[in-house]
Every structure is written in structure tokens, then in C-alpha cells.
Ligand binder design. Structure first.
Ligand code: TXA
Ligand code: MG
Length: 343
């Protein structure tokens, strides 16, 4: 792929082109007041899978969904009085709210990494707003940097690190805030500060009272903990065939008797896009377990395997996407060649 042009100054034509790219499932880097985001259609599993691939994330951690205003946000998530209050005070702006995701949100399951919550924010930057309006879609956007690198605050940062992997970069100059948004989780009884950021926490505590630190032993009822989706059925990994009673979730060509196939072509992007929806589909009482065929541990396959191993382990301690201990070794794959140019 050739290096993406950065567009500066950004014309209405460039915005229209960027919006069309988003609607076609492409990736567009765009400025927000905090940092540059790597944007994709948040309703498309394939587009969101591409975000994880470009960032080289070894894990499906959930992404922030950007919308143009509070009404659009309320169509995606359940707002309580606290959420409405904070949204009214601080949106548009550098505040992200984690809220229960609406069943009819239409959002990709991958965008919240299988959680039943979603992180939402209304950015204040005029170009971000213009893009959201023109695309007329919620836009998933993590910071536009490779996993592990610092967040970009100029278009040049994005071009250096990801220029050959995005379709377009909208250049809005330097980001005014320069650090990521403050992330507050409102899915439990007491609000939790998941990430300090561009909105001072004092501004929030003035209205909500103290914010519990993430993982700080805050008195949340266990049922309120946002867990990743794990199937009710046990998972049996590294399987090639189903045993009696099991559903078979295949990967790759030739598995004609499988119940579902993550990707007949053996494409890890397609598999990532299908993963959560297919696990949910097979999670039915007529099966005793879900047998999952091996997925090559390269590119997005690493994140798929990470998620599968965590779902198979079924312990809460294994279910933290910020925990990088890296669980069990991947399946040994005798039959599958590493034929993708991942070098
Ligand atoms: O300023 C920002 O927030 C930038 C710009 C582009 O908007 N975006 C950003 O996204 O920093 P990202 O993906 O790099 O960070 C998302 C943060 C992570 O800490 C993630 O764990 C948390 O939000 N997060 C997202 N969805 C969540 C959820 N459902 N539950 C808990 N935390 C969530
Ligand atoms: Mg980031």
C-alpha cells in the first residue's frame, strides 16, 4: 500500500472522501482535541478488525466509539442520570463514558471486545465533528499509533508510524489537549476512573463525588463488573473434529461438517470479525461444548487466540485486557503453513 497523503488544509471534498472511505469499511486517521484517532465504521466487524490489525494489538481491548452528539450516544448506550449530567456538562470534550451497551445499538461486537458495555465520547474538534456528520456512522477510534507507542498529536506522527496502513490522514494541526480523554465507567454503583486524561478529575468529582480508581478494590458488586463475553458452554481449543454433542467452530478450508467457520479462506481478519458473533451463535443448550479449530498465532490470530484462551480458562483473573502476562501457549499447527508475509 502506498503512503497515505495527509490532507491539509482539509477541504469539504476531503471530508466527503474520508466519510465515503469510512462507509466503505476503510480506515481514516483524524484529529480530535485530545489525540489523533484511527477511525473505522463502528458498526462493521471487518472495519474494526482492520483497526486491530493496523495497530498490531496482541489483544482485543475495547475501543472508544465516537459520535457527534448526546442523542446519537443515547441510541447506542443506556444513560442514567449521572451519564446525562456528565454528557451535558462536558460533551463535546475529552471525556469518555463507559455505559451499558444497547442490545439494538447495531455496533460491532468486536468494538467492545465482546463486553456488554461500550465506551462513548463526543469529540470537540471541528474536523472530527465534520467527519462524524458526513459519515453518519458511529466511528470507532483508538489513538492512531501502533500498539505500545505514544499517542500521536500531529498528522506527521500518524504518517510516520501508520502512513502506509491507513487510507487517509486528515491533518488538523496539533491537538489542543494532547493527552487522551478521561475514561469514567458508569456501569456500576460508584463511578470508576478507568483512565485519567484530558478532563481533570476534579471537574467530575465536583458533581459526582469521589471516583474510585480502576482495580482499586472499589466496592462494586461482583455482578456489576464488566466482564468480557465468555460463552456459557465450555470451549475445547486446538480441536480438529467435534466429539458427540459438541459444536465445531472451524477455521480454514475443508471443514465442511463444521457448524460455523471463522474463515473458510483461512483469513485471520475475517476470523476476527466473526469471532464474537459466532461464539454467541453456537452458545446454545443443545451443545455440550464448543470445539474450536486452531487459528494460526500470527497477526490478528494472536488476539483471537488470546481471547479464546481467556474464554476457555473462564476465570475472572484471566479476563483483564490490560493484563499482559500472556496466557498459555498457542496450539501447535501441524497442517497450517505460515504463508502470510508478516515479516
Ligand atoms: O482521547 C481519546 O480517548 C482517543 C481519541 C482518538 O478519542 N482515543 C483513545 O482510544 O485513546 P484508545 O483505544 O487508545 O483507548 C481506549 C480506552 C482504553 O483504556 C480502553 O481500555 C478503555 O478506553 N475502554 C474502551 N471501551 C471500554 C469498555 N467497554 N470498558 C472499559 N474500558 C473501556
Ligand atoms: Mg491508545
Amino acid at each position: 500500500m502506498s503512503a497515505a497523503e495527509t490532507r491539509f488544509p482539509v477541504t469539504p471534498e476531503a471530508i466527503a472522501e474520508a466519510a465515503a472511505l469510512i462507509r466503505r469499511g476503510g480506515l481514516v486517521a483524524f484529529p480530535t482535541e485530545t489525540v489523533y484517532g484511527l477511525g473505522a465504521d463502528a458498526t462493521s466487524d471487518a472495519a474494526v478488525a482492520a483497526v486491530f490489525a493496523v495497530k498490531d494489538r496482541p489483544r482485543f481491548n475495547p475501543l472508544i466509539v465516537h459520535v457527534s452528539d448526546t442523542d446519537a450516544a443515547e441510541a447506542l448506550a443506556a444513560f442514567d442520570d449521572r451519564a446525562r449530567f456528565l454528557a451535558g456538562k462536558f460533551w463535546p470534550g475529552p471525556l469518555t463514558l463507559v455505559l451499558p451497551r444497547r442490545a439494538d445499538s447495531g455496533l460491532s461486537l468486536l468494538v467492545s471486545a465482546g463486553l456488554d458495555t461500550v465506551a462513548i465520547r463526543v469529540p470537540a474538534h471541528s474536523l472530527a465533528q465534520a467527519l462524524l456528520t458526513a459519515a453518519n456512522r458511529p466511528i470507532a477510534a483508538p489513538s492512531a499509533n501502533p500498539s505500545g507507542a505514544v499517542s500521536p498529536t500531529t498528522a506527521a506522527h500518524v504518517a510516520e508510524a501508520l502512513g502506509d496502513r491507513v487510507a487517509m490522514i486528515l491533518d488538523g494541526g496539533r491537538c489542543r489537549v494532547g493527552v487522551e480523554s478521561t475514561v469514567v465507567d458508569l456501569t456500576g454503583g460508584s463511578p470508576v476512573l478507568l483512565r485519567p486524561g484530558g478532563l481533570a478529575t476534579e471537574a467530575i468529582t465536583r458533581f459526582l463525588g469521589p471516583l474510585a480508581p480502576a482495580g482499586g478494590g472499589a466496592p462494586r458488586s461482583p455482578g456489576m463488573l464488566a466482564r468480557h463475553y465468555a460463552p456459557g458452554l465450555p470451549l475445547r481449543l486446538c480441536a480438529y473434529t467435534a466429539q458427540p454433542g459438541e459444536a465445531l467452530l472451524a477455521f480454514g478450508p475443508g471443514a465442511d461438517d463444521a457448524d460455523l467457520n471463522l474463515s473458510r479462506d483461512g483469513d485471520v481478519h475475517e476470523a476476527a470479525a466473526n469471532l464474537f458473533a459466532m461464539l454467541r451463535t453456537l452458545d446454545r443448550p443443545e451443545f455440550s461444548a464448543i470445539a474450536v479449530m486452531p487459528v494460526p498465532d500470527r497477526g490478528l490470530g494472536q488476539a483471537i487466540n488470546d481471547r479464546l484462551r481467556r474464554a476457555a480458562a473462564r476465570s475472572e483473573a484471566d479476563d483483564d485486557w490490560n493484563d499482559d502476562r500472556g496466557p498459555a501457549a498457542p496450539c501447535v499447527l501441524p497442517g497450517i503453513e505460515d504463508d502470510e508475509d508478516q515479516a
